[in-house]
Design a protein around this ligand. Structure first.
Ligand SMILES: [Zn+2]
Length: 533
């Protein structure tokens, strides 16, 4: 049996402006219930202001609701129940709590003004709640850190095993997160410090030695100088472990990978660090640590400029392998007399899990000269280059527009998702904790999408601004054309970027140069340029 109660209300003094009379409201509700097959167990009618929550009949109705005596509450329209949206929220949440469905004869939640206000307030309230939970979580973690307890972050510190926190339950007293020494990894950490401190190694030599022995890096694969640097500079290895050492900020040059923007971690000011004594067992004795750092200082002074010979013109997204489509990256062949600069397809690098494509290694001096010849020729006629650049530019705003539209659509989807959860929560199909978790997640994704959109819009704006500065730009290109013969490395890099140069080395060794310039191809055996290919 579907049990229904009917509630009708007028405000005596202005019955006319309040709309329908009690009698017609009641009739409408009764007809509705008959139509739906509800059994009307009670009818309530009263003359009271809709701005008050203290109404005798309404009180009686709420008592029925709380006693689960009805399944449906039928009203003529939403403002009969309440004219105050905040009261509306209170009443509706009470109805939902006792699984009573509210139905209005003439309207739905979405097409009535009061209904929309109620939805808005509920959405707003859940947003506030999500924010509060987030703050509580952060505060909680900081409190733990201040008590010297390892609570989060750094769990994957190389050299240690991490056992996560065990929560306290009825039959388990629980334990905080702990680190114990991982002997195999600790030996590598110790060795890195020793190589620097006792043998005077620089980072380059350290990683070479580890790689030669096929010792895997912390992240797997080959060691890079960066990883060794981080180990040498982490005071955790001498037992000084801090929480809040780093903070995450948006990077200077964000890379947007499948819609998720990466973050950069920077060291906080030392005053913000929270020491966690007794969290990290010592791997490196303080004396060894100090000796290594003295040596690192000496190395820095002796080799102030690193890798002068590592200036590769085509790195940074300008060179592609024509066999497999991957990038080609710099590869230095060391020899006693003279090092050879080369480019090699990244599929051939051991640290990538790609199948090597078999592309030949290319001599960098030769390739760079060929490419620069071609660019020099283009720059002799700056007008052509500029008109091409202009075409590129309008192409790139179109694709940005499409990206922005796409992101806006995912915002709509997120909003729909949020509404769906709210609905489920309202119906009691979703627990409060699940609802909060989902709300926080959606909020986080939404924030990220919003940040993405603002970045895309900034990029779009800068392209449009660049279009306005066309004259300025044409001057710059002409100036570059004049300097083309004796252009230095930085100028060359800049030209490559301006002209969006993309060089492809074909399997037969021929070179295709593409970008904001008329397409051209150069042969592998001689570097004369055959245009219009
Ligand atoms: Zn390849």
């Amino acid at each position: 049996m579907k049990r229904a109660a009917i509630y009708c209300r007028v405000f005596t003094d202005n019955q006319e402006t309040e709309g329908t009379s009690l009698q017609s409201q009641l009739q409408g509700c009764l007809d509705y219930c008959t139509g739906k097959g509800y059994t009307v167990v009670e009818q309530y009618s009263e003359s009271y202001s809709g701005l008050s929550l203290e109404r005798p009949k309404l009180d009686a109705l709420r008592e029925m609701v709380r006693n689960s005596e009805i399944d449906y509450l039928v009203i003529h329209c939403l403002d009969r129940l309440s004219r105050d949206p905040v009261h509306g929220v209170i009443l509706i949440e009470e109805l939902e709590k006792y699984h009573v469905t509210l139905e209005a004869v003439t309207e739905t939640m979405d097409n009535s003004e009061v209904g929309r206000l109620i939805s808005y307030i509920r959405g707003f309230a859940s947003k506030l709640e999500a924010q509060k939970i987030k703050e509580r979580t952060i505060r909680g973690k900081k409190t733990l850190a201040l008590q010297g307890v390892l609570s989060f972050g750094g769990r994957g510190l190389f050299g240690y095993n991490y056992s996560p926190r065990v929560k306290r339950t009825q039959d388990n007293p629980g334990s905080p997160a702990k680190r114990t020494v991982n002997e195999a990894q600790a030996a590598i950490v110790k060795r890195i410090f020793t190589l620097v401190a006792e043998h005077g190694y620089g980072l380059f030599k350290v990683v070479n030695e580890l790689n030669d022995e096929f010792i895997p890096a912390p992240a797997g694969g080959r060691w890079h100088e960066n990883a060794a640097w981080h180990i040498l500079h982490n005071p955790g290895y001498k037992g000084e472990y801090y929480a809040y050492r780093y903070k995450s900020i948006p990077p200077k040059n964000p890379k947007i990978i499948s819609g998720i923007k990466n973050r950069t971690h920077i060291l906080r000011d030392k005053s913000e660090w929270i020491p966690l004594p007794n969290v990290n067992p010592v791997i490196v004795e303080p004396e060894l640590w100090d000796a290594a750092h003295v040596q690192l200082d000496i190395n820095r002074r002796n080799f102030p400029i690193n890798r002068v010979h590592h200036n590769y013109l085509l790195t940074g997204g300008h060179l592609r392998c024509g066999t497999c489509g991957h990038a080609m990256s710099s590869s230095l062949k060391k020899a006693l007399t003279k090092d050879t600069r080369r480019y090699r397809c990244i599929s051939a690098q051991k640290r990538n899990d790609y199948q090597p494509c078999g592309q030949k290694i290319v001599n960098a001096d030769w390739l760079e000269e060929v490419v620069w010849e071609r660019i020099a020729k283009i720059l002799k006629n700056p007008k052509v280059a500029l008109s091409q650049m202009d075409k590129e530019r309008s192409k790139s705003t179109t694709s940005l527009d499409a990206d922005i539209a796409l992101k806006n659509r995912s915002l709509d989807d997120l909003n729909d998702e949020r509404k769906r959860y709210l609905h489920q929560y309202g119906k009691g199909l979703l627990s409060e904790i699940d609802f909060e978790t989902e709300s926080i997640r959606i909020k986080r994704v939404t924030d990220r999408v919003l940040e993405n959109i603002s970045n895309l819009e900034a990029a779009r704006q800068s392209i449009l601004t660049a279009a306005v500065n066309y004259d300025q730009l044409s001057g710059a290109v002409e100036a570059l054309a004049n300097r083309v013969r004796d252009a230095d490395f930085e100028t060359k890099k800049l030209a490559l970027r301006w002209l969006s140069i993309m060089v492809t080395v074909k399997p037969d060794g021929s070179v295709l140069i593409d970008g904001s310039l008329p397409p051209g191809k150069v042969g592998a055996t001689n570097d004369t340029i055959r245009t219009g290919c």
